[in-house]
Design a protein around this ligand. Sequence first.
Ligand code: 13P
Length: 251
Amino acid sequence: MRKKIVAGNWKMNTTVAEGVELAKGIVAKVNEISKGVTLVVAPPFTHLASVAEVLKDSPVCLSAQNCADQPKGAFTGEVSAEMLKSVGCCYTILGHSERRQYYGETSAKLVKKIALALENGLKVIYCVGEKHEDRSMGNHFDVVSSQISEVLFDLTPEQMKHVVIAYEPVWAIGTGVTATSEQAQEIHAFIRETIAAHFGEKVAEDTTILYGGSCKPSNAKELFACPDIDGGLIGGASLKADDFIAIAQAW
Ligand code: 13P
């Protein structure tokens, strides 16, 4: 059975002290959301140990925003999947469009990263999504289909149980422009069909597919009511505990 998830991607925001306060604010209100909804927070690497401490007796899960494409060794500045597991992460986000765009994240690198994350017992929130020009040329299905086939199709059905897909159209990220629920549902259904065609109906039915891109309390309800939208990956609105919780109350 697929899960309902609301995940907060804090990106490069908050100091450690602010992050700890934010996590405390979320934990304090977690009993205000339905038991069937999983909350995940993804602070920067520097905050993980302190935030893990805040989350430790709560149902809120810890995620990283990225991991290295190598297991260990002389890779200055990198953080391995094993390290993330050891600090208490359950998840890592991979393939975020900001990493694809600014840090040269390629499909080949993402294949390695996902393998290492899964080997180390992390679940993966794998991000896909088209740019504005792709959509205006009608190429969004092809772009998303390639992002899925190039990176996920060598996984086993068993491994896919640990992969969540986040559809985040680049034109909706941090812009205040949200995909309409029709646009989002259409491509979420397409993602599920793409998974079904390769891995079978059962895997596709069980795959959690999140929407991300200017999702906020005022539009979450309409988006999450769509049959193929299983929750959200939230940027800006995840930096306020009240907004993040309000989004998770959208069902
Ligand atoms: P915003 O919610 O700020 O648009 O960011 C979405 C996002 O990129 C989450 O990963």
